[in-house]
Design a protein around this ligand. Structure first.
Ligand code: SF4
Length: 396
């Protein structure tokens, strides 16, 4: 590639970036072009993405962790998922936790400095009449009434009545990932449709529940599919965006998919930031594929990260992560001079196995919403603000 061609394309990237930085938007066509082309200086993307992150979040990053509430035996066929009953994976499988176990997990999460516990189950979804769903509603209600942490959940495909009951029980945030771009989704899953996922998100939003939704990069999709995903999330105006990179698990349909090169991963993060400049973008599963470049995620525009092990795959140690955040001068969930003690990523007695994807959570409390804050006492709020580390039980 000639220097002049590289300079011209880099200048074009710079111009689009200037527009985004001054409150304009990148178009879908431009995003596809930037995802697809490599004949420009990719650092130009990072420079703008980092400025966008700082404009929106300052130097603060948000951290979260996950654990699973019902593992394995999912009837769906998501190609990446170790919890699909159609995949011969070596994971621990177990049924739904009892209400007592959920409350116990919530208390432990609270003790560890978390402000939220997301109850996560490996299922297609629920109807309000099902026994397990009613158990989950009870579990959320018990967590909320216990008052230690917020009640969040990730329970698959649902509709208005299910969300109505969960909201009445005190649920404030729901995770439901779109996973990938619409046109690639049928290659990933054939047992439910993209629209079922979209409709679930719409139903949660319509009833006033915050939505956390993102996807997995590097499942064999084309770069343009990543733009599709980012623009779908933009159109749905989700509240949080968890970004995962495929961790191929033995026994799944995607066991042989190789990780993306680190710069390609960072480029994806940066372009998601360009497209979703105000959203909380968390980097979750697959961060380890960045190797020596892990610390670059924030300069590429990420505003948070998942710490601790994922549901079926390992993350690096929490202490290494916290050291990295401090070395970067980032403010995470509390003053740097007194970081919250993080002893373990898991709170549930039964936690551990599950899908490789994530559910990073940011609560209404963290965002200062009255409805979220109302469920907490003043003293608890003070404690949470001083140690704001989110904690979720999570599914993909
Ligand atoms: S991603 Fe969710 S719906 Fe798909 S197989 Fe895994 S647990 Fe089931």
């Amino acid at each position: 590639m000639g220097t002049m061609a590289l300079d011209m394309m880099t200048e074009r990237v710079r111009q689009i970036g200037e527009r985004v930085l001054t409150g304009g938007a990148i178009t879908f066509e431009e995003a596809v072009e930037l995802f697809e082309r490599s004949d420009y200086d990719v650092h130009e993307l990072f420079h703008v993405a980092n400025r966008l992150r700082l404009n929106q979040f300052g130097n603060r990053i948000h951290l979260c962790s996950i654990v699973n509430a019902k593992s394995g035996n999912c009837p769906e066929d998501c190609g990446f998922c170790s919890q699909s009953a159609r995949h011969a994976t070596e994971i621990q499988k177990y049924g739904l936790m009892s209400t007592e176990e959920m409350v116990k997990a919530a208390r432990k999460a609270g003790e560890q400095g978390a402000f939220a516990l997301g109850v996560v189950t490996a299922v297609r979804g629920y109807s309000a009449s099902s026994k397990d769903f009613q158990k989950l509603v009870e579990g959320i209600r018990a967590i909320v009434q216990d008052g230690r942490v917020e009640g969040h959940a990730s329970l698959g495909i649902m509709g208005h009545e299910e969300f109505r009951q969960l909201k009445a029980a005190g649920l404030t945030e729901f995770n439901h990932n779109l996973e990938t771009g619409r046109s690639f989704f049928p290659k990933i899953c054939t047992t439910h449709t993209y629209d079922e996922r979209v409709n679930t998100i719409k139903a949660a939003k319509a009833i006033g529940i915050r939505v956390c939704s993102g996807g997995i990069i590097g499942m064999g999709e084309e770069p343009a599919h990543r733009a599709e995903l980012a623009f779908a999330l933009k159109e749905l105006d989700v509240d949080e965006v968890p970004l995962n990179f495929l961790v191929s698990v033995d026994g799944t349909r995607q066991e042989n998919v190789s990780p993306l090169p680190p710069l390609e991963m960072l480029k994806a993060i940066a372009l998601f930031r360009w497209i979703l400049p105000t959203k909380n973008i968390f980097i979750c599963a697959g961060r380890q594929h960045l190797g020596e470049l892990q610390s670059m995620i924030f300069f590429a525009g990420a505003s948070g990260a998942m710490v601790g092990d994922f549901l079926t795959t390992k993350n690096r140690s929490v202490s290494d992560d916290l050291k990295m955040f401090r070395d970067l001068g980032l403010d995470f969930d509390g003053p740097l001079s007194a970081p919250p003690p993080v002893s373990s990523p898991s709170v549930g007695e039964r936690g551990g196995p599950g899908s490789s994807a994530t559910y990073p959570s940011t609560s209404a409390v963290r965002h200062g919403s009255k409805s979220g804050a109302a469920i907490f006492s003043a003293s608890l709020r003070t404690a949470m603000y001083s140690r704001m580390r989110s904690f979720t039980l999570c599914r993909p």
